[in-house]
Design a protein around this ligand. Structure first.
Ligand SMILES: O=C(O)CCC(=O)C(=O)O
Ligand SMILES: [Fe+2]
Length: 310
């Protein structure tokens, strides 16, 4: 799944993306689409128009430039130029509409995924000590992203991003289990970062698999999802086990850009040892929806503001 193509962008005299609001930043990034080499644009077009069963695409060899120390928290300002943010959003805008989610790092359209001491053992992207279990990104969210993009600025040899596609699991699941997974028998609780003190509630009963029986979409979260009866619980457990048995993964290296189709694969990450000394792993992440109008009324600019919990 690799493609080694160096990608050159103009240098920007912007020392912090905070100088631009997210709408302006995305506009600026989208304008750079013509600078993306045709070979990469073709790859992204094909990924969007003819989604491959593997559900992910790895581009390698992108520049990362000079980097300051890894920040101790996602929203701490750094001295870095905005070149990687803009490049990430350029790729994101070739796939659809980049958005942020208000509870995710205050709605930033590019989020810094760095290990944070206080969340080392939690089921969250800023953890490090624990295995981050398989999840559809924002499985509980009606406006969940169709794609997420992870751009590695600084790697860690222990940290393996894990990926499992429904297309890898499906041939190994008994038909009666598949039939159960297509029924609305599953409920998902809300990630605690979205609750801001409110109490958690289980979402509506929905199917895990939907669409074409031979080519389904999947929404699954090993941690947050439950089946509403015993049969549904068993089917969910079997799906989790089968995805684990047939998963793949990649240790992201600086300059890697991993594009994940959130409608067919779940992802996670192995544990790794964070040092919290400025040398830790550092990814930048962007989310893409296919259509902004779906979140009309629950969105300010490019930030989706849906409130969860009671
Ligand atoms: O750290 C990783 O490789 C993935 C973390 C994750 O689940 C995310 O950023 O959404
Ligand atoms: Fe994730």
């Amino acid at each position: 799944m690799g493609l080694l193509v160096p990608f050159v962008v103009r240098l920007w005299n912007i020392h912090s993306n905070r100088l631009l609001d997210d709408v302006a930043l995305v506009r600026l990034a989208a304008e750079q689409a013509f600078d993306v080499p045709a070979v990469l644009r073709t790859q992204l077009d094909a990924f969007r128009n003819t989604p491959p069963p593997a559900g992910c695409l790895l581009l390698r060899g992108l520049p990362v430039g000079d980097l300051p120390p890894t920040p101790p928290e996602p929203t701490v300002a750094t001295e870095k130029s905005a070149a990687t943010e803009i490049r990430l959003l350029t790729f994101a805008s070739l796939l659809g509409e980049p958005v942020g989610y208000l509870p995710e790092h205050r709605g930033d359209v590019v989020q810094n995924i760095v290990p944070v001491k206080a969340s080392a053992s939690r089921q969250t992207s800023t953890s490090s000590k624990v295995n981050l279990m398989f999840h559809t990104e924002a499985a509980f969210h009606p406006h969940r992203p169709r794609y997420l993009l992870l751009y590695c600025l600084r790697g860690d040899p222990q940290a393996r991003t894990t990926i499992a596609s429904i297309h890898g699991a499906l041939p190994h699941l008994p038909q009666d289990v598949i039939d159960v997974l297509f029924q609305p028998l599953f409920r998902c609780s809300v990630d605690s970062s979205y609750l801001d003190g409110r109490s958690n509630v289980l979402g509506p009963a929905l199917p895990v698999l939907s669409g074409d029986v031979a080519n389904p979409a999947m929404v699954f979260d090993e941690d947050l999802m439950v089946g509403i009866d015993e049969e549904a619980e068993e089917a969910l457990h079997m799906l989790g086990t089968t995805l684990t048995e047939h998963h793949g993964g990649v240790v992201l290296e600086p300059g890697d850009l991993l594009v994940i189709d959130n409608s067919v694969v779940v992802h996670g990450r192995s544990p790794f040892t964070a040092r919290f000394d400025g040398t830790d792993r550092w990814l930048q992440r962007a989310f893409v929806v296919e259509d902004l109008s779906a979140s009309e009324g629950e969105r300010t600019g490019r930030v989706i503001t849906t409130v969860f919990g009671e």
